[in-house]
Design a protein around this ligand. Structure first.
Ligand code: ARG
Length: 483
């Protein structure tokens, strides 16, 4: 074993330092207690680097073998929970390198040839985030699938569509749910897009200027799977940018924030729909809690928390983007602050998506495999509510336009009809034909078809409209896309 192996951080660089760090500064500057979760990416990156160093003749085959064997042991130790993480060694990188050197001696000390922690950490974060994106994209697919399942059962269920939270026009409940499917499908697209820019290799940028060793960066990129759709290696092309770019983390957090905003809007609707004043849906009891004082309560804690956690993720986006704004090139220690917001964004988003998949779609019954316990829909309450706000007034105006009235005149005529219905405390469809004809003589018996909620729904048969035929076509498109 080598004599000058280090197990304190100060020993990792040089004898230049004349005094040790205070405990407070040590704690302030250390990141190991949160960045240790990068350990797997760190080892993967180191092995790819070492293998390339050997292939290029920069280190010997025996050194490579020792490094591989040492890393295998470290992997076992970390997985078994036996690895001793030391605050003194500041971060995940120095902890692993120090242990490697302790295990395999000089070979361990050769690993850092042509590398700096600056390009090392940038590589690790990218590798880690890539694998998390690869978990998030399928979760977004599952959530869309769960929404499509509920939609399919509710194509004919009529919901009052709102603008300004005032009853506007009737819509199919399925149509309403499919609006969220569109949002989550864009969220998945954004994640896939962010992945392309995340999946590029900083390693080989060294501290900031590149390195004097004949590295084969493309080989490392290939062995880490940092390749594009055509299999071409993706390498950061400017060393200064390679070590300091955190755009990918900001972009990811922006995409995650938008996704959480979509979840938050959906949560807000669930919360409203579950209140006694709406009574449109129920979610399974396991996603709600009671009150310690009011025995009748069942509170929608999960949607409320999701709405609340959205603020936290948007906060991380603000934190990360602000972290970058004053940084001169190239690497600065500020960047160590990228990790906690990024980690928490990933954890919050994944947990939220998982819980929503189950809350919307239910859980498979172990005996039958069929999903149970998802959202329960009260179709009667929805339809009753849709009847309340003169939701088919636009349909009456459209009817008059088809009889030859200019739209603005039809709009005015219908306003009078609505006023009459309000006075009689009835729906438009309950006004006698003679009364309707008093507003416009061209009105005939067939008007009642367009004044019904279902007639209104069927009439909106343009692409993207709420007519059941359109909604079914959209469900088929989503099914094919998600298959
Ligand atoms: N723990 C550091 C980080 O997360 C690693 C890079 C440190 N580089 C340096 N020059 N101090 O950014």
């Amino acid at each position: 074993m080598s004599t000058n192996q280090f197990d304190k951080k100060s020993e990792a660089w040089s004898a230049l330092f004349s005094e040790p760090m205070s405990e407070l500064v040590k704690r302030y500057t250390a990141s190991v207690f949160f960045d240790k979760r990068l350990w797997q990416a760190d080892i993967t990156g180191s092995l790819a680097h070492a293998e390339m160093l050997a292939a290029q003749g920069i280190i010997g085959a025996a050194d490579l073998a020792s490094i591989q064997q040492g890393m295998a042991q470290i992997t076992t130790e970390i997985e078994a929970g036996n690895f001793e993480w030391k605050l003194d060694l500041e971060d995940v990188h120095l902890n692993i390198e120090a242990r490697l050197t302790q295990l395999v001696g000089d070979a361990g000390k050769r690993l850092h040839t042509g590398r700096s922690r600056n390009d090392q950490v940038a590589t690790d974060v990218r590798l880690w985030l890539r694998s998390e994106i690869d978990l998030i994209v399928p979760l977004l697919g599952e959530l869309q699938g769960a929404l499509v399942d509920v939609a399919e059962k509710n194509v004919e269920v009529i919901l009052p569509g709102f603008t300004h939270l005032q009853v506007a026009q009737p819509v199919s409940f399925a149509h309403h749910l499919l609006a969220y499917v569109e949002m989550f499908s864009r969220d998945a697209e954004r994640m896939v897009d962010v992945r392309r820019r995340t999946n590029r290799l900083p390693l080989g940028s060294a501290a900031l200027a590149g390195t004097t060793y004949p590295l084969d960066r493309e080989r490392v990129a290939r062995s880490l799977g940092m390749v594009n759709e055509r299999g071409e290696p993706q390498v950061c092309q400017n060393s200064l940018d390679g070590v300091s770019d955190r755009d990918f983390a900001i972009e990811f957090t922006a995409a995650a924030s938008l996704c959480m905003v979509h979840i938050s809007r959906f949560s807000e609707e669930l919360i409203l729909w579950m209140s006694q004043n709406f009574g449109f849906v129920k979610i399974a009891d396991r996603f709600t809690t009671g009150s310690s004082i009011m025995p009748q309560k069942k509170n929608p804690d999960v949607p409320e928390l999701a709405r609340g956690k959205t603020g936290r993720v948007v906060g991380h986006l603000m934190g990360l983007i602000t972290l970058m704004k004053g940084q001169p090139l190239a690497y600065n220690k500020d960047n160590q602050e990228d990790k906690e917001p990024l980690f928490d964004t990933v954890d919050t988003l994944k947990d939220t998506l998982r819980i929503f998949v189950e809350m919307v779609g239910g859980q498979p019954n172990p005996a039958t495999g069929a999903k149970e316990g998802g959202i329960t829909v009260n179709a009667v309450a929805m339809e009753e509510a849709a009847k309340k706000g003169y939701a088919t007034a636009t349909d009456l105006a459209d009817y008059l336009v088809k009889k030859g009235l200019p739209f603005r005149d039809a709009h005015e005529t219908v306003a009078h009809a609505v006023k009459a219905a309000v006075t009689h405390n009835c729906d438009l469809s309950e006004l006698p034909l003679a009364v309707l004809q008093g507003f416009n003589a061209s009105i005939e018996k067939d008007v009642y078809e367009c004044l019904s909620l279902r007639g209104s729904l069927n009439a909106r048969n343009t692409l993207g409209g709420t007519a059941p035929a359109q909604v079914r076509a959209q469900i088929a498109r989503h099914r094919a896309r998600l298959a």
